[in-house]
Design a protein around this ligand. Structure first.
Ligand SMILES: [Zn+2]
Length: 282
């Protein structure tokens, strides 16, 4: 059955699905149109489907194909959202461009490519007519590039009871072992630095919150980023804000910054919060 299914994979279909999905903008918070598209695709493959409204206008999509007899449940998962459009694009990010054997477009890699491969595999399976036990399903979730609300909502439903979930994310695993067991976690540090305001002509009378934040940021490389084969632990400062709203010569008393941290199996929310606390205290 394995070889037969591999032979049935239609690469033209995979590419077509990827191009169609790139052309449907699904920047985080605007995943709805892609959810409807995936619902249509899954239904055309003979899957039953359900939209799960996680927030108003922001549904997850679930689709499933039941085997002739009860058995294990296998779910293929993908996040529908992409990051926003940032500067640096030479072409329209929502118009797929084929170049040097690659397809460029927002989300082509992360992770509409993974979803296209999953659809292609599901199509090969559905078209084969192979009898099977159990249930084959797909879940498309919202908000992965933000707070992960789609996956959290999914895990509060019966979908948390599947026997295995396989993600088509591009960033995990190694070349030798591309299917990683597990996935990186994510912690968003939201850090407020409180100083003491003073007139800017007498900075010694205050404590400059922006400069204090700068000292912490310059020392982030001292965070104890754990290493584990096949997983990527790291950190990245995403945002900083502080100081006056209207120009005035005042030593800022407040500053806030956000640092994203990827965690690897073995680390916990508590352990990485402690790590940051230790850094700030040092
Ligand atoms: Zn992703």
């Amino acid at each position: 059955m394995h070889d037969d299914l591999l032979n049935k994979i239609d690469h033209d279909y995979t590419v077509k699905k990827l191009e169609e999905m790139i052309a449907i903008p699904s920047v985080v918070k605007e995943e709805k149109e892609l959810a409807y598209y995936l619902q249509g695709e899954l239904e055309s493959l003979g899957f039953e489907t359900e939209l799960h409204e996680v927030e108003p206008g922001r549904p997850n999509i679930y689709g499933w194909l039941k085997g002739a007899k009860p058995g294990k449940r296998l779910n293929f998962n993908g996040h529908m959202d992409t990051v926003p459009v940032v500067s640096g694009w030479d072409t329209d990010p929502f118009k797929p461009v084929k170049k040097d054997g690659k397809i460029y477009g927002l989300g082509s890699n992360d992770m509409k490519g993974g979803i296209a491969c999953t659809l292609s595999m599901l199509k090969a399976f559905a078209d084969s007519g192979h009898q099977f036990k159990g249930e084959l399903s797909f879940s498309g979730v919202i908000d992965e590039e933000a707070y992960g609300e789609g996956a959290k909502a999914m895990l509060k439903t019966d979908w948390s009871k599947v026997d295995a979930i396989l993600l088509g994310e591009p960033s995990q695993g190694t070349k030798e072992n591309p299917t990683a067991l597990g996935i990186t976690g994510k912690v968003l540090y939201d850090i407020y630095v409180h100083g003491v305001a003073a007139h800017g002509f007498s900075p010694e009378a205050g404590v400059n919150a922006v400069e204090q934040a700068g000292i912490i940021l310059a020392n982030l490389h001292k965070l104890k980023i754990a290493k584990r084969d096949g997983f990527k632990g790291n950190y990245s400062t995403l945002k900083i804000e502080g100081g006056y709203k209207v120009y005035s010569v005042v030593v800022p008393a407040e500053c806030r910054f956000e640092v994203n941290r990827l965690t690897v199996p073995g680390e916990t929310v508590e352990s990485v919060i402690k790590d940051m606390e230790n850094l700030i205290a040092s």
